[in-house]
Design a protein around this ligand. Structure first.
Ligand code: 6PG
Length: 255
């Protein structure tokens, strides 16, 4: 698999590019199907892009009333907790744009019965996206980050077998993070029309190089979770800043 790679000067231009990409994907989806279903990434990298989407020009260019917002994963904390991915997205974007509140689908990862909550979320994915009983719901766009251990969403190297399906949403315990998480599983990520990884900083350079090698069939080491994201028919892209991309000369086109 040969993903599209964009290398941006710094975090700010990466955030600008990611906001533009989301707006373009929304326009395509809404024009084609009168709706846009996105799964937001957690972590710190996408926050700047979410803030841009809440400001001109993107705030006015997206028909927010036709947008369904899902989440790629969530920490098992209440929605107002500082670690909540929902809280980060809410403060950076969701409260600043005219979304239909009924079309914001928060992962209720604080519930005591996490397995039940994961099953409920999977059902909301199915019913909202109109997937056939045995089909995997298709999101228009999935945003993902990458951890230095190669994890993405909450698919950590030590839980991969739990997230290869058939469940659409899984509860996982991350030894790395010493915490429970809820996450979309690989089948959902790989069914999406478009998957975009956003990563910045020199700390990500080595793992991104390994992931790209694995995607291209090079690195035959233990598969890294982020390298297991291979959309069946969708587009795959990496939006990187120069630090995360390593030597830009070794990689494909500049933006
Ligand atoms: C989370 C994310 C996780 C994140 C990566 C990268 O809940 O933390 O789902 O997969 O995207 O850890 O995080 P940064 O963007 O903060 O480097």
């Amino acid at each position: 698999m040969n993903p599209r790679i964009e290398i941006h000067r710094d975090r700010q231009s990466l955030a600008d590019a990611l906001a533009r990409l989301v707006a373009d994907a929304a326009a395509r989806a809404i024009s084609a199907r009168r709706r846009f279903a996105i799964a937001l990434a957690g972590g710190s990298t996408p926050k700047d892009a979410y803030e841009r989407l809440a400001q001109p020009p993107w705030r006015m260019r997206i028909d927010w009333a036709k947008v369904d917002v899902f989440f790629g994963d969530e920490r098992c904390v209440p929605p107002q907790h500082a670690d909540s991915n929902y809280r980060m997205a809410r403060e950076a974007l969701l409260t600043h744009v005219p979304l239909d509140p009924k079309r914001i689908f928060r992962m209720e990862a604080e519930r005591s019965d996490l397995g039940r909550s994961a099953r409920d979320y999977a059902e909301r994915l199915r019913s909202t996206l109109g997937a056939a009983p045995n089909a995997v719901p298709q999101l228009d766009l999935v945003l993902l980050g990458i951890g230095e251990d190669g994890h993405t969403a909450s698919i950590f190297p030590d839980v991969v077998e739990l997230v290869e399906g058939p469940e659409l949403v899984a509860r996982v315990y991350s030894n790395a993070k010493q915490s429970w998480r809820m996450t979309l599983t690989l089948p959902v990520l790989n069914a999406a029309r478009e998957v975009v990884f956003a990563a910045a900083g020199a700390g990500k350079r080595d793992v991104i190089a390994r992931i790209l090698d694995q995607l291209r069939g090079g690195d035959t080491g233990l598969p890294l979770p982020a390298a297991m994201v291979r959309p069946e028919s969708g587009q795959l892209a990496f939006l990187l800043d120069r630090e995360a991309a390593g030597d830009p000369g070794e990689r494909t086109k500049q933006p």
